[in-house]
Design a binder for this molecule. Structure first.
Ligand code: SAM
Ligand code: ZN
Length: 278
């Protein structure tokens, strides 16, 4: 049996112990554990706004879209990569959103009778609340990936799917054999959607360039996953709302998208696996 994952107090960096519904440190800093099963460890002074991160509409649209299986090929590939070796695992999803990939990992681990301790953080309280509702037995906190509330070298795997990442913090959290799995958009990703919004397609910024020339990590494997999706009419606005394009879509473009009988679009994910370099 592996040791459980523990939180570190964001104020004084002591371990947090769960006692009668609250997390407490030796210096008596206290963080209530919500009934749904998560804790808010984001200090007020580290918040850029009252409700940082993705808002409720984005989170609920993403949850509805993902739960319909449109990105199943990505979820399956991640589970195969993470559960591909036989050692017991501790995994942290950095910017886990509403927990779709954590859920798939938990159910795949259960099917394969594999021990997998899961943790997830996201700066959006709504996201973590929804992730907690999935009842995954995962350690979940509202926290930033730039200041993750965990001790050094505690994780075998880190996952970052379309989320912001600090390479320094990621390296700190991984143990010596640890791997970071980063997923970002490939060139073709959602072109069938963006062609309705932009006259000129701006390439995705992506998040992989963050790790280029970073001495803490070495790229060891990469994969491109592509598929053509046929998005049902009732799911098109959810797809739009879960992406940053939502903010740039004009009302008439939105109305047009909503009127389509279906939307055909490629999805294209770039997966890169990095080993920690000591
Ligand atoms: C595009 S979503 C991806 C969510 C999830 N990984 C998925 O693929 O379903 C990006 C997520 O990053 C979160 N986020 C943004 N800034 C963050 C930060 N500094 N720390 C943690 N999460 C952050 C947002 O709230 C949002 O849930
Ligand atoms: Zn403390």
């Amino acid at each position: 049996m592996q040791e459980p994952i523990e939180f570190k107090c964001p104020v004084c960096e002591s371990p947090l112990i769960l006692q009668t519904g609250s997390y407490l440190c030796v210096n008596r800093h206290t963080y209530d554990r919500a009934k749904a099963g998560y804790v808010n460890l984001l200090l007020v002074q580290n918040k850029s706004s009252r409700n940082p991160g993705d808002n409720q509409a984005m989170i609920l649209s993403r949850q509805s879209f993902l739960n319909k299986g449109y990105y199943q090929l990505l979820a399956d590939k991640l589970a195969a990569l993470i559960l591909g070796n036989d050692s017991a695992q501790k995994l942290l999803d950095l910017g886990c959103g509403e927990g779709y990939y954590l859920q798939n990992l938990a159910s795949t681990a259960a099917q394969k009778k594999r021990e997998l301790a899961l943790a997830g953080i996201d700066i959006s309280k709504e996201a973590i609340k929804q992730a907690a509702k999935r009842k995954l037995n995962a350690l979940l906190a509202v926290a930033s990936t730039y200041d993750p509330p965990f001790f050094a070298e505690r994780f075998d795997s880190l996952l970052s799917v379309f989320s912001p990442l600090s390479p320094e913090q990621a390296a700190r959290l991984l143990n010596k054999q640890g791997k970071l799995i980063m997923v970002g958009p490939g060139k073709e990703h959602l072109l069938g959607l963006t062609r309705h919004i932009y006259t000129e397609i701006i390439p995705h910024a992506g998040n992989h360039q963050l790790l280029e020339n970073v001495q803490e990590f070495k790229l060891i494997e990469q994969f491109a996953l592509t598929e053509n999706l046929k998005v049902k009419s009732e799911d098109i606005l959810d797809l739009l709302t879960m992406t940053p394009y939502y903010w740039q879509t004009k009302p008439e473009q939105k109305a047009h998208l909503a009127s389509l009988s279906h939307l055909e679009t490629p999805i294209h994910f770039e997966i890169k696996v990095y080993a920690k370099q000591s």
